[in-house]
Design a protein around this ligand. Sequence first.
Ligand code: FEO
Length: 170
Amino acid sequence: MNTRVEKALNEQVEKEASSSQFYLAMASWAEGKGLNGTAKFLYTHSDEERFHMLKLVKFINERGGSAIIPGLGVPQKNFKGIENVFQLLLDHELAVTDSINNLVDICLQEKDYSTHNFIQWYVSEQLEEEALARTILDKIKLIGNDKGGLYLFDRDLENAAIQIDKPATF
Ligand code: FEO
């Protein structure tokens, strides 16, 4: 496997693993606040990020490279509120999108077209995740300080978590 591509893929492994831990910390915070629907959504999202990481690990190893399983720092554990959580989530996803785009660039520069093809799945996934995070954030802004609205929002998010694609196949 091209060493520059391998290095970039391993950096992406670390980013997906960090995303999973970050969203797990958010889920735990939400659970502690009694926002059970939000917690469920974020636990599911954390699982999805772990799936993104595993998919990369398997690809690197199957292509003759060596996947590196990263050690991770302790993620942020306190949040100012639910809007803060989803703003951080959106900002984080935007940074991941930049990283995926950089990976696409490297594949093209190195003429590694099969990895380029593989990474297109992540390009589409980022579009979906950014759109979802923006939609949720817009709803939170509409709710403002309305406690009844927050209750309904939390219940809706629980249903959204149930509908999210399960990371069953790779
Ligand atoms: Fe795997 Fe949400 O980036």
